[in-house]
Write a new protein. Structure first.
Length: 216
């Protein structure tokens, strides 16, 4: 009950200070600290099937690696330079952090699964990044919380605002609450689907997609 009341108060009393962008040290540290303390409940477990190599685009400080909970998988997180620098202290022989897709792919070798959760719309050029990820040739492409539009027009750009404490998993005590603003780009669904050349759409939900590589 106390946590619920605190959450309501945080939302009613908006902070006056705003930080801009995902590379802000305060934002990076909050996500890092929350992820480091995070122990995923069963309801938040991530199913990766039989994948042994995973490229996790936009995986923060390794939250999805924790959710997958597999001792056999090799997991490469692709993130901003600031996040990579902060999260690298959590790296192991199974979990590594990279600032480029190509570096992550070089470390992994053949990729069983490309996974991304709520990240594509926040990169500067999502269509370019999307094509780069599709060209990796991963056996499976799994997208969660990808923001798309059914409109006939082109991409739409907007600014999203959240509370600092709402970023990252779980909660963290004694946060100096601030607004966080970052740009996001909403691309047409048809553009997103068309980029997956050589893949078939195996499953989809309201905001998630699973593509399987076509074996010829």
């Amino acid at each position: 009950m106390r946590q619920l009341i605190a959450k309501i108060v945080r939302r009613l009393i908006r902070p006056t200070e705003t930080i801009e962008g995902y590379d802000q040290p305060e934002l990076v540290d909050v996500i890092f600290q929350k992820t480091k303390a995070y122990s995923p409940p069963q309801s938040e477990r991530l199913s990766i099937g039989s994948a042994l190599t995973v490229l996790d685009f936009g995986g923060g400080s390794g939250i999805h690696y924790k959710q997958a909970s597999s001792s056999a998988v090799r997991w490469a997180v692709v993130e901003s330079t600031a996040m990579v620098e902060r999260a690298s202290e959590l790296a192991t022989d199974r979990l590594r952090f990279f600032s480029t897709v190509s570096e992550a792919a070089d470390w992994l070798g053949p990729i069983d699964l490309m996974h991304s959760n709520g990240a594509l719309q926040y990169v500067p050029e999502p269509e370019v990044t999307l094509r780069q990820l599709c060209k990796l040739g991963a056996k499976t492409m799994l997208w969660h919380r990808v923001l798309l539009s059914n409109e006939e027009g082109g991409v739409r750009r907007e600014v999203q605002t959240s509370l600092l404490g709402d970023n990252g998993p779980g909660t963290l005590a004694n946060i100096n609450e601030k607004n966080v603003r970052y740009a996001r780009t909403i691309m047409p669904e048809r553009t997103f689907l068309a980029a997956h050349e050589g893949y078939s759409l195996a499953e989809r939900g309201p905001a998630w997609f699973r593509f399987s590589k076509i074996i010829r």
